[in-house]
Design a protein around this ligand. Structure first.
Ligand code: GLV
Ligand code: GLV
Length: 332
C-alpha cells in the first residue's frame, strides 16, 4: 500500500519535496471543498494536512476511517480540529509551534503601534488629500512609553510581545490562568494580574490565548465596556476570542479608542460596520506571513506527517494519548 497524504492547499518548500519522497501527495488546491476532501478520505488517506479554515470535525474524521492516522495542521492554532474526536478515533493531531512566535509577535507589535499612533487612519487622510499641514493638535494618539500593556495569554507569543514592548518602555501585566513559567529575563519586568483587573487598567490589551470554549468571546460586550475609553485592543490569536459585533459598537461609540486586528470571528468575512471603523487597523491574518516562517512551518508540518507515516509520534503532537494503545505500523 502506497502511503497517501492529502494537503488541502499547496504548502511552501520544503514540504512538497519532503512529503513526495515518502508518499503520494494529493493537493486539493485553490478553494478546497469539503466534498473533495471527503471523497479523497473515503478513497484512503494516511495523513491529512488541512488549513486553519478547514473544519475537521468528527464526521470528516469518520470518512477517513479506518486508514486516517494523523491530521497535521499548518498552524500553531488547531481550534479547527475536533481533537477529542480525533483522539477517540486513534488519530493524532500535530501543529507547528515555536517557529512562528517572532513573526506573530512582530505583527502584534505592528498593530499595537499602528493603532496607538493612528498610522492607518493617517494613511487614509494622506491618500484622500486631507493633510493640510502640521498642527499641534492633529491626530494625537497614545504614547507607548509608560503605558500599561495587558497581555492575555502569556505563552510563547505573549512573552515575545512582552520583550518587544519592554523595548518601547511599556509597563507589562499579563493574565493567564494556566500560570505559565515566566522566563528569567522577563520575570522582573512583568506583573501577573487577574483578567478583570487587567481589562480595566490596561492602556493596551493584546490577546494571545488559543481559541476554545473557555476563551470564546472572552472579550465580550461587558469586557469592552470595562476597558478604558483611551485603550487599544490588539488581536493576533483567533477572531472569536472577541465578540466582533460588540467590538464594532465599541469602536463606533468610543467605548475604546482603537483596535488592531489580524483575525476575525468569521474569516474571511468581517462583522457589519467593522470596515467603516477608521479607528480599527485591519490586517488579513498575516501573523505568520513571512517567507522564513512559512518555510519553517512547512518543514515542521512535513516532519509531523513523515513521523506519523513511520509509525512514530509526530514531534509536535497535541494528543499523544490517541496512540496510547500503540502506534500504527509504518506505511510506505
Ligand atoms: C495561525 O493563525 C496559526 O495558528 O498558525
Ligand atoms: C489612540 O489613538 C488614542 O487616542 O489613545
Amino acid at each position: 500500500m502506497t502511503a497517501r497524504i492529502v494537503c488541502t492547499l499547496p504548502l511552501p518548500d520544503p514540504a512538497p519535496g519532503l512529503l513526495s519522497a515518502a508518499a503520494e501527495v494529493e493537493v486539493i488546491g485553490a478553494s478546497p471543498s469539503r466534498e473533495r476532501t471527503e471523497a479523497l478520505l473515503r478513497e484512503g488517506v494516511d495523513v491529512l494536512c488541512p488549513q486553519l479554515g478547514d473544519r475537521v470535525d468528527a464526521a470528516l474524521l469518520d470518512t477517513g476511517l479506518p486508514r486516517l492516522r494523523a491530521v497535521c495542521v499548518y498552524a500553531v492554532g488547531y481550534n479547527n480540529v475536533d481533537v477529542p474526536a480525533a483522539t477517540e478515533r486513534g488519530i493524532v493531531v500535530a501543529n507547528t509551534p515555536g517557529v512562528l512566535t517572532d513573526a506573530t509577535a512582530d505583527c502584534a507589535l505592528g498593530l499595537l503601534v499602528a493603532s496607538a499612533r493612528r498610522l492607518c487612519e493617517g494613511d487614509a487622510v494622506m491618500r484622500a488629500g486631507g493633510f493640510t499641514g502640521w498642527r499641534p493638535d492633529f491626530m494625537l494618539g497614545l504614547e507607548l512609553r509608560d503605558s500599561l500593556l495587558g497581555i492575555v495569554g502569556f505563552g510563547r507569543i505573549g512573552q515575545a510581545l512582552a520583550r518587544r514592548a519592554l523595548a518601547c518602555g511599556m509597563r507589562i501585566a499579563y493574565a493567564d490562568e494556566s500560570q505559565p513559567p515566566v522566563p528569567a529575563d522577563l520575570a522582573p519586568h512583568v506583573a501577573r494580574m487577574q483578567l478583570e483587573t487587567l481589562i480595566a487598567e490596561a492602556d493596551c490589551i493584546s490577546l494571545h490565548v488559543p481559541l476554545d470554549e473557555s476563551t470564546r468571546h472572552l472579550i465580550d460586550e461587558a469586557a469592552l465596556r470595562r476597558m478604558k475609553p483611551t485603550a487599544i485592543l490588539v488581536n493576533t490569536s483567533r477572531g472569536a476570542v472577541i465578540d466582533e459585533v460588540a467590538l464594532v459598537r465599541a469602536l463606533q461609540q468610543g467605548w475604546i479608542a482603537g483596535a488592531g486586528l489580524d483575525v476575525y470571528e468569521n474569516e474571511p468575512a468581517m462583522a457589519p460596520g467593522l470596515a467603516g471603523c477608521r479607528n480599527a487597523v485591519l490586517a488579513p491574518h498575516l501573523g505568520s506571513a513571512t517567507v522564513r516562517t512559512r518555510a519553517a512551518m512547512a518543514e515542521l508540518c512535513a516532519r509531523n506527517a513523515l513521523a506519523a507515516l513511520a509509525g512514530e509520534l509526530p514531534p509536535h503532537c497535541v494528543n499523544p494519548q490517541a496512540w496510547s494503545a500503540g502506534a500504527p505500523p509504518p506505511v510506505r
